[in-house]
Design a protein. Structure first.
Length: 138
């Protein structure tokens, strides 16, 4: 009986642990397929933030005069991942958090060619899994 209890515990632990794992590949693919018509795929980002990680950051060189869109998919029905774009001097350019609401995408026009930083922060302490796509159009 004791052996059966131990086996049951490990099966439960393995089953619940596998359900909680982040599938950022799937979320990144979903963000690609939801890219607004007219935008071309540029890059996808897989965000798998650990519980003690405040933000995940990527850099990318953007070109002046180009329209860009960042799509986001996370594991929640309503997005809880905040995407913020900063220029090379760390000035905030755009964010998907507007008046307390979090949008699933942001669109912006690049005013200057250079390095930009895309940061992902998390409103939910437990859900830190997302996928994002950067698209462009001229």
């Amino acid at each position: 009986m004791k052996t059966l209890s131990i086996i049951s515990f490990f099966i439960f632990f393995i089953a619940t642990g596998s359900m909680a794992q982040c599938n950022s590949d799937e979320l990144a693919n979903a963000s690609v397929t939801s890219l607004t018509p007219g935008y071309c795929f540029l890059k996808s980002y897989k965000i798998n933030g650990e519980k003690d990680l405040e933000k995940v950051e990527f850099s990318y060189v953007l070109t002046k005069g180009t329209q860009y869109m960042l799509n986001l998919r996370d594991t929640n029905t309503a997005p809880t991942t905040v995407v913020t774009l900063y220029d090379a001097q760390r000035n905030k350019i755009a964010s998907n958090k507007i008046s307390g609401s979090i949008a699933p995408a942001i669109a912006f026009s690049c005013g200057s060619t250079g390095i930009y930083y895309i940061t992902y922060t998390f409103e939910s302490a437990s859900e830190r899994c997302a996928g994002s796509t950067l698209g462009f159009k001229r």
